[in-house]
Write a protein that binds this ligand. Structure first.
Ligand code: ADP
Ligand code: GLC
Length: 500
């Protein structure tokens, strides 16, 4: 079953809107390539699991994800609710419906040839992008568009699509090319991943040739899924206010700043700060050596002791720094590595966990060998390790070059580990300099060391350390504020009949 799409000569002004039932909750399909209950590569997985749960009182929100191997392994009994046709080189698929144990309805795109493989959602086991990532994530976007067109589950048709990052960003384009106008909200979690593919892929993606244009999917001679999403979506959000401003500048706009400036001027670009979910509570965390509350300093010390043991560090009275990160250029770990010698010389110790670029993994392994008892490294990605590290450390180092939002610094504050971070993006919006952490201005070794020296001063002034820890641990957490802001965006984007 194959079909052909066209780019309309001119977008219709009035939405071709299905008759909506007045005064019911709007149906929202939240489309994502990660969902922490099943699979998580970074913060997108956390946000995708938490935000729909926070929104479900206010809308009938359901989640659409690819049926990766991990998902299929955890969901043996699946109800198939639809079969969707292919398009050009994109294979046909089925849509299965299931529920999480707490009742979040999940639609999964079943297409074993695209998704059931060993490796991460984005990379093969050798760490390279999957060669068919264009088809894999076009399939996800097209499935979302088809469900919005009522092709899938006729008993539930989305009134609005909420897309996330490049991996679902073709959905608004496929909708447009099939002549449908369901409203779409695209959240950019990271502008650096633009979903770029050579223009030779146009045919296999079923993209109408006249959409390969500056006013369409074209970006500097390539196809960009994210650019397409920004161009065709009704509204664009990103995950902090500071990042929403930054991405309209040449420095942080990844070549898309012109289009983003236009969206900002039209009032169609909004920053909504992420939250962290309430499971980040040190007083009840079962992974900690000893759960502890805001004033329980012996509890914090017990976790520090256990952490030093776990990472093979010597007993010490100096500050303990943690790094919990994906090992990618964005996170500035090359600069952190240059700061290790000074930190150790000043009496500090460092624990690191992360996984990612092989070169960074190797450099970290070498640093651990060079400073036995002072630096401990675990290459990996395990939530319970992250929790113990934040519970036991005094400071979190987060010298990100840029950071759309960042969740780790919020998790660290909850666990009484003060972030030492570059003043950028969501770090600037979630850390109060000198109150709940330390922000440094220059992204450079000197800038980071300035932050490190300030943190050491704080450490050696116990009353100040105590006050800052209390302030950091008492920061509000949860998703209520963010959920209210998303509802507002949905409301302004939806036609009046549904938003009533
Ligand atoms: P990003 O999405 O850019 O990786 P975030 O700070 O938004 O950064 O989210 C990262 C998420 O992944 C957090 O929940 C954090 O606790 C977790 N995380 C990051 N690195 C590791 C790791 N090495 N091991 C376990 N969890 C990690
Ligand atoms: C991306 C960003 C990170 C953000 C996360 C969740 O991975 O790098 O800053 O917190 O998405 O929105």
């Amino acid at each position: 079953m194959k079909r052909k799409l066209v780019e309309p000569a001119q977008a219709r002004q009035q939405p071709d809107w299905r008759k909506a039932v007045l005064r019911r909750l709007p149906n929202v399909l939240f489309v994502t390539s990660e969902f922490a209950d099943y699979i998580k590569v970074g913060g997108l997985g956390d946000v995708s699991a938490a935000l729909p749960r926070a929104l479900r009182e206010r809308c009938d929100i359901r989640v659409l994800i690819p049926a990766y191997r991990e998902f299929v392994a955890q969901n043996r009994a699946l109800e198939i609710v639809a079969r969707l046709p292919g398009l050009a080189g994109i294979p046909e698929c089925s849509i299965a419906r299931t529920q999480t144990s707490d009742g979040v309805v999940i639609y999964a795109v079943i297409c074993p040839e695209l998704y059931e493989r060993e490796g991460s959602p984005y990379l093969d086991p050798a760490g390279n992008d999957w060669a068919d990532n264009d088809l894999r994530f076009a399939r996800l976007g097209l499935a979302a568009a088809d469900l919005a067109r009522g092709v899938g589950d006729p008993s539930w048709i989305p009134d609005l699509l909420h897309l996330n990052d490049w991996t679902s960003a073709l959905a608004p384009a496929y909708l447009r090319w099939s002549g449908h106008h369901t409203p779409t909200v695209l959240t950019i979690h990271n502008l650096a991943y633009r979903g770029l593919f050579a223009h030779q892929h146009l045919d296999r993606l079923g993209i109408p040739p006249n959409a390969f244009h500056i006013n369409g999917v074209e970006f500097c001679g390539d196809i960009s899924f994210l650019k397409a999403g920004i161009f065709y979506a009704s509204h664009v959000t990103t995950v902090s206010s500071t990042y929403a401003c930054e991405i309209t500048t040449p420095e942080h706009g990844c070549g898309l700043h012109g289009l983003l400036q236009a969206r900002a001027k039209q009032g169609r670009l909004t920053g909504i700060l992420n939250g962290i979910d309430e499971s980040w509570d040190p007083s009840s965390d079962r992974h900690l050596a000893r759960p502890f509350g805001v004033d329980d300093w012996t509890g914090k010390q017990a976790n520090a002791k256990a952490l030093r043991q776990e990472f093979g560090l010597a007993v010490s009275r100096g500050p303990l720094f943690a790094i919990v990160s994906r090992l990618v250029h964005q996170k500035g770990l090359d600069v952190a590595l240059q700061a290790v010698e000074t930190i150790v010389r000043q009496g500090g110790q460092i624990v690191v966990t992360g996984r990612g670029e092989p070169q960074l993994e190797n450099s970290l392994g070498e640093v651990a060998k060079r400073y036995p008892g002072k630096v401990g490294v675990k290459i990996g990605y395990e939530e319970k390790t992250a929790r113990r590290m934040l519970g036991g450390s005094d400071f979190l180092l987060m010298p990100s070059r840029f950071e759309p939002c960042g969740l780790v610094q919020m998790q660290a504050q909850r666990f009484g580990s003060l972030p030492v971070a570059h003043r950028t993006g969501g770090l600037a919006d979630t850390i109060e300099d000198g109150v709940t952490g330390v922000l440094f201005d220059d992204f450079s070794l000197a800038g980071l060391l300035n932050g490190v020296y300030r943190s050491m001063d704080i450490y050696h002034s116990p009353p100040r350390l105590k006050t800052m820890r209390q302030a950091a641990m008492s920061r509000p957490c949860g998703w209520r504020g963010a959920a209210a802001n998303y509802i507002e965006i949905y409301r302004t984007t939806l036609p009046a009949s549904v938003a009533a």
